[in-house]
Design a protein around this ligand. Structure first.
Ligand code: SF4
Ligand code: SF4
Length: 351
């Protein structure tokens, strides 16, 4: 039976959130798996410039300290993005991490970009009986780490509906090029009557797929890689995505990715979800809106599917409704159904 450890956000003198977080990790028993000289990845999302809702670096310092006490060597890591911006190449990606407080002086651990300076450092592993994929690619630093803490800020997400451990593994372990494969079924179209020809979409498109002619934008579907960036920057909502037809392939590829990671890396993964700053959108946006509900707590367990399901259950219980499903109109239970073999019996243990 899987054990899901949980701490709420209530504090009192001499029991800060950092203390509670340390206690959660110790009680979970995961530190017994960390042996001297292991190289231990802490997989994070340190947020796009302008976003302030990512996990506070001092939580990560707590985790670094605990790993070091075991005699191991922790490092902070993430992969490069496919959309334009400073996180799409290693040099400027590390600069963003440093500016957001994920630097050596705060963390006492280095930041290493998992898929290398141009996203070309990865390993390919097979998918057995996949829904859509025969193989997946994983950033080298994540694959070759002796242990991986998947540390996720739980929130809404424009494509998935929600973003937690599953998304942190799938989009987060995948090198730049494979993110394109994951996104490639999501191809938007432009509502010409709503387009005002501002050019925002053409400027941000990483594939050069958008042209503006006579003050109207159009998408070359052959070139489009389905990243969804143009949807986000359009000021007039002229670029909706046909989610009903396009979301299922994304969920199928996601399930394939999780299953392949589980097949190859199961013994060395541990997930931590922060149910705080429960914003409607991902930390890859260069801004953050007010949370949809107040902070709930921190969860820790082995399996990414279980931790995300328990996270959503807690959110629904607290809000009295499925806030992210309502906000993004995504039926993410399709994804849980594809991954139902992971949803074994579990018990929740409050720390
Ligand atoms: S057209 Fe939109 S979805 Fe397609 S690649 Fe360009 S920005 Fe991404
Ligand atoms: S961002 Fe929207 S309004 Fe601006 S050119 Fe593109 S489709 Fe038209």
């Amino acid at each position: 039976m899987e054990k899901v450890f949980f701490t709420d956000m209530r504090t009192k003198p001499n029991n800060s959130l950092l203390n509670k977080f340390a206690k959660l990790i110790k009680k979970s028993g995961v530190l017994e798996k960390i042996k001297p000289k292991m190289e231990v990845a802490i997989k994070l999302h340190w947020g796009e410039p302008g976003n302030l809702s990512y996990i506070h670096p001092l939580y990560i310092r707590v985790l670094v300290n605990l790993i070091k006490k075991q005699g191991a060597y922790p490092f902070i890591t993430d992969t490069n993005t496919i959309y334009r911006g400073p996180r799409n190449k290693a040099t400027t990606n590390i600069e963003v991490a440093i500016k957001h407080g994920f630097n050596y002086s705060v963390l006492d651990a280095p930041v290493i970009i998992a898929d290398g300076i141009k996203g070309k450092s990865y390993i390919t592993i097979p998918v057995k009986n996949g829904f859509k994929l025969d193989e997946i690619k994983i950033g080298n630093a994540l694959y070759w780490a002796d242990f991986v803490f998947v540390v996720s800020h739980f929130k809404g997400h424009i494509l998935y509906g929600f973003g937690g451990a599953i998304k942190n593994i799938v989009m987060g372990f995948a090198p730049q090029s494979f993110k394109q494969v994951l996104h490639s079924d999501m191809k938007p179209e432009i509502k010409q009557d709503k387009c005002v020809g501002c050019g925002n979409c053409a400027k941000i498109c990483p594939a050069g797929a958008i042209v503006i002619k006579n003050k109207k934008a159009s998408i070359n579907q052959e070139k489009c890689i389905g990243c969804g960036e143009c949807i986000v920057v359009c000021p007039t909502s002229a670029i909706p995505v046909q989610w009903k037809t396009d979301i299922e392939p994304l969920y199928q590829k996601t399930a394939d990715f999780i299953n392949a990671v589980w097949e190859n890396m199961k013994e060395k993964i541990f997930c931590i979800n922060f149910l705080i700053n429960l914003n409607p959108n991902c930390d890859c946006m260069g801004w953050n809106e007010p949370p949809l509900l107040e902070d709930i707590g921190i969860l820790a367990t082995h399996n990414p599917v279980i931790i995300d399901k328990v996270s959503l259950d807690l959110i629904i219980k607290k809000a009295g409704k499925d806030v992210f499903k309502e906000y993004h109109k995504k039926d993410y239970y399709i994804l849980f159904n594809l991954l139902k073999s992971h949803l074994v019996n579990f018990e929740k243990i409050k720390i």
